[in-house]
Design a protein around this ligand. Structure first.
Ligand code: NAG
Ligand code: NAG
Ligand code: NAG
Length: 323
């Protein structure tokens, strides 16, 4: 290959890179929406209940419009969902403006497979990076079942930025999981895999982990383990005396379950710029149906500038290797 040709190829590669970046920049600038939570961020964990379930009058075809109402009311936020099947996730995306999601199904090549998807309002957040791994001895191999569990179990993570909030620390690393319901052992082992993934990829970063942990007692081993590895339960921090649940089995009535049913959690680790400021279980009625067999768990964080962020800023824009 002659020198001229090499230079020619290099120049066109450079041009393509330049075009790629200018295109992306314009695209982002063009879609910045109104961020009503300028100095805060709202994170939600919501078990959607899988759409192919035969739930009689609560089946997807009847409750879907209420779910759209809920998603519209909840924006802008980052929402980790559990159980959603592809047709259901797509149905929501089609019917709610500015919505996007990431995630992979827990079994590949199965159109009914469940996702631990992360939804976000793309007029307010930009997705940096995301992936799904399996809660098993071989997390990188798709479809591998976890210990004692019938189905494979997964965790999806996403790294997000807020588009119009450059002054404050502006990166949110969100992990979303759905743990096995039949086995305490599997739940604990699954959390070990998630902790390992974080240690390997984001050892010192501030992390939010949310999901349906399928934990019925707050003193269960897995919650003790989470506490001992530095995780803080945002709902408990804000509401220390509450024993309110999230799972109501399409009754809408938490009392019936004696409030022992908070299966859903939002945890934070390496807390730095995100300060839990409000947290509640959303029992509001949206539309004319119950939106799921769980109520969503909401946690709002106040964004706090801290020393060092400004200096980090310049590196961040070019050096994303660690993400
Ligand atoms: C772990 O639990 C103890 C005892 O309840 C509590 O004092 C401590 O703050 C918890 N740690 C975290 C990180 O939440
Ligand atoms: C939920 O409701 C269904 C249908 O009424 C019932 O078969 C099931 O046992 C209930 N599950 C729990 C955990 O209460
Ligand atoms: C469940 O929690 C709600 C809201 O905190 C409370 O009003 C109710 O009395 C609780 N029920 C039980 C059985 O503890």
């Amino acid at each position: 290959m002659g020198k001229g040709k090499v230079i020619g190829i290099s120049l066109s590669v450079l041009l393509m890179i330049a075009l790629y970046f200018s295109f992306n920049r314009n695209e982002y600038e063009g879609i910045i929406g109104e961020d009503i939570y300028k100095d805060s961020v709202k994170i939600i964990s919501f078990n959607l209940r899988y759409g192919r379930a035969n739930d009689g009058p609560n089946s997807w075809e009847y409750r879907r419009k209420s779910v759209f109402e809920y998603f519209k009311a909840a924006q802008p936020c980052i929402m980790g969902t559990q159980e959603g099947q592809l047709f259901q996730l797509e149905d929501i995306k089609r019917n709610v403006p500015n919505l996007e999601y990431v995630g992979k199904p827990r079994s590949l090549n199965d159109e009914n497979s469940e996702y631990s998807a992360i939804f976000y309002d793309k007029s307010v957040f930009r997705l940096y990076n995301s992936d799904t791994f399996w809660l098993s001895d071989t997390p990188e191999i798709p479809g591998t079942p976890s210990w004692d569990s019938y189905h494979p179990r997964i965790c999806t993570f996403g790294v997000f930025e807020k588009l119009n909030n450059k002054e404050l620390l502006n990166r949110y690393i969100i992990y979303n999981c759905h743990l096995e319901y039949r086995s305490r052992y599997s739940r604990k082992k699954s959390m070990e895999v998630i902790n390992q993934h974080i240690d390997d990829n984001f050892p010192t970063y501030e992390i939010i982990l949310l999901g349906d942990f399928n934990v019925e007692e707050e003193n269960e081993d897995v919650m003790k383990y989470m506490n001992s590895t530095g995780w803080k339960d945002c709902y408990k921090t804000i509401n220390p005396a509450s024993n309110m649940g999230t799972f109501h089995n399409f009754t809408g009535d938490l009392d019936r379950f004696g409030n022992k049913t908070r299966l859903d959690y939002v945890l934070i680790k390496h807390e730095r710029a995100l300060i839990p400021s409000e947290s509640y279980i959303d029992t509001t009625k949206y539309g004319d149906h119950l939106i799921s067999d769980h109520y969503p768990l909401v946690c709002k964080f106040k964004l706090q500038l801290f020393e060092g962020d400004k200096d980090d800023k310049d590196d961040d824009d070019d050096n994303n290797d660690d993400l």
